[in-house]
Design a binder for this molecule. Structure first.
Ligand code: NDP
Length: 323
């Protein structure tokens, strides 16, 4: 296991560990009979259309994992690639082809799109995705439905966080939740999901004043920032549930030593590979938290599990509407 190899779990002793890898496996096992039932009824598998434009190495890995896990579950995939130099119109053409294809149930456009497609390319491409096939939940229609608490397809990472909280039987109603980060893909939708479950939600960002004090009021603290080990123990109320969404690659040995310590398993992993992952939460927070997610092996595996779940759901819903 990558988490164990990097010492993600080991170095978070003290707090209860929320194991996203195990829950992801359980979600996939629950989806398997639904995929079989769909195939039996529809005479074809649920299918995911993916667009990968450009050569971003991280995107290559994400897309490969999404395809591998989809196919392992019996979901068909159709990957279209575009070079980094392709005009935006070609991305739109592929989305429109997927929209029109009866046998495509979900559409995923991997971020980021190449810079040459323009600053507003992602927004425009999300505008074009049919809401019934919007398995990432990023279209304005999906976002609007989420605000109104009548969402079908919810963004995958926030949905994964909610699944993890529920699986760990963390109380949400009436609790104080602080979400650090206000992106459209993580922070904002997660704040809404927590609000719909009756948490009292505060959303923080780079302009928040007295951030550690605000965070330290949280029963549920979510870090979705993109800064390694930013959330130290001072941010954490004793006993709080801490969800670390951040995935940050560390390639500087000094930074690994500063965060994880000279005798740490992370440093040993770094010496072998020249690279390790850090969350947005400092390892010392585990001494104060009641429960915490490891990185890797926490929120990450749930993001793909929720993508599979959204794809199966989109396939079932589309079939129901056709009948
Ligand atoms: P974005 O860069 O879109 O958003 C980051 C947010 O953090 C912004 O709202 C920003 O505030 C806030 N922020 C940045 N610096 C500070 C600071 N010093 N103090 C307080 N807030 C700050 O990132 P994403 O939401 O896309 O991703 C966040 C992290 O989650 C990344 O590490 C990413 O890799 C990871 N991620 C993990 C996924 C998973 O599957 N586990 C999936 C998606 C993302 P402002 O708005 O003011 O700029």
């Amino acid at each position: 296991m990558q988490a164990a190899a990097e010492g993600g779990a080991v170095e978070r002793e003290g707090a209860r560990l929320l194991d996203g890898a195990a829950l992801s496996q359980a979600i996939r096992e629950r989806l398997a009979p639904r995929v079989e039932a769909f195939i039996a009824a529809a005479g074809r598998p649920p299918a995911l259309g993916l667009l990968l434009a450009g050569n971003d190495p991280g995107s290559e890995i994400y897309v490969r994992n999404k395809i591998r896990q989809s196919e392992a579950l019996g979901i068909a995939t159709d990957l279209r690639r575009l070079p980094a130099t392709a005009p935006f119109r070609e991305a739109l053409d592929i989305v429109e082809e997927f929209n029109a294809a009866d046998a495509v149930d979900g559409i995923l456009v991997q971020s980021p799109l190449p810079a040459g497609m323009g600053a507003d390319a992602e927004a425009r491409v999300f505008d074009a995705i049919s809401p019934a096939k919007d398995v990432d939940g990023f279209s304005p229609v999906s976002a609007g439905r989420l605000v109104q608490h009548r969402a079908g397809l919810v963004p995958c990472t926030p949905a994964g966080v909610m699944a993890l909280l529920d699986h760990a039987a963390v109380d949400i109603a009436g609790r104080r939740a602080v979400v650090i980060g206000r992106s459209d893909i993580v922070g904002k939708p997660l704040a809404l999901l927590l609000l719909h479950r009756h948490a009292t939600v505060t959303v923080c960002h780079s302009r928040t004043v007295d951030l550690p004090q605000v965070a330290a009021a949280a029963d549920i603290l979510v870090a979705a920032i993109g800064r390694p080990a930013f959330v130290t123990r001072d941010f954490v109320k004793p006993g709080a549930t801490v969800i670390d969404v951040g995935i940050n690659a560390l390639t500087d040995r000094g930074e690994v030593v500063a965060i994880f310590g000279p005798g740490s398993k992370k440093l040993a992993a770094f010496e072998r590979r020249g690279r390790v992952l850090s969350g947005d939460v400092h390892p010392d927070a585990a001494a104060v938290a009641g429960a915490i997610t490891p990185v890797p092996g926490g929120v990450g595996p749930l993001t793909i599990a929720q993508l599979l779940s959204n794809t199966v759901r989109a396939a079932e819903d589309r079939r129901r509407e056709d009948q």
